[in-house]
Design a protein around this ligand. Structure first.
Ligand SMILES: [Zn+2]
Length: 205
């Protein structure tokens, strides 16, 4: 004879885990990135491309473009020439998801990339919405007031928080990410890496 209270608990628990399960596909695994000799290995590249439901070649093309280097797909991993911070790739994946995966109408990732003539369009299976893929155009006429150079230490004021919880600053065409920094803080920041218009800083002690 099953205890009705226990049955109830069991049912409640099942409901909780089911709810959790339906959100699980929104979670993108953190890129596993390490440096090997003069290259950077993105260990779970294929897993992430798969999770995003994007072709490995498409994601690769995006990443080499953003990193400004050459690279190749080797089975499940991607290998890039040069040494890159894991946080650079992390941030690029996040930008990619925002621009090439997430539907701006309903915020779901159930989308497809299709071509409308030569323009890539993001089509949403969940709500039917579609929009041209946002291009992060680098404006050359809009020079920043601050020069971001790798290794430079700058006095910066944190403006906001990124989705991931890193401190963020927008300056001209640049977006600066500083892990551990909070909006409003004025900090000495060491510029760790500049990848196109994405800048990665570290709080300098
Ligand atoms: Zn949608």
């Amino acid at each position: 004879m099953p205890d009705p209270y226990e049955e109830l608990l069991k049912k409640a628990y099942t409901n909780i885990t089911e709810t959790k399960g339906s959100h699980e596909r929104f979670v993108i695994p953190d890129p596993k990135v390490y440096i090997e000799g003069k290259t950077t290995v993105f260990e779970n590249f294929a897993e992430i491309a798969d999770k995003l439901n994007r072709k490995k070649d498409d994601l690769m093309k995006y990443l080499v473009g953003e990193l400004g280097t050459a690279g190749k797909i080797e089975g499940n991993r991607a290998v890039f020439n040069g040494k890159f911070e894991p946080s650079s790739l992390n941030s690029m994946i996040r930008n990619y998801v925002e621009d090439y995966v997430i539907c701006s109408e309903c915020g779901r990732p159930d989308t497809k990339l299709v071509k409308d003539g030569r323009i890539p369009v993001l089509k949403c299976d969940a709500c039917g919405g579609h929009r041209p893929v946002k291009k992060r155009k680098v404006k050359t006429d809009e020079g920043p007031k601050v020069r971001f150079e790798e290794g430079a230490i700058l006095d910066l004021e944190i403006q906001s928080l990124s989705r991931r919880g890193d401190g963020m600053i927008r300056e001209g065409k640049y977006t600066v990410y500083i892990p551990g920094a909070k909006p409003g803080q004025k900090l000495k920041v060491r510029i760790a890496r500049v990848a196109g218009s994405t800048v990665f800083g570290e709080i300098s002690q």
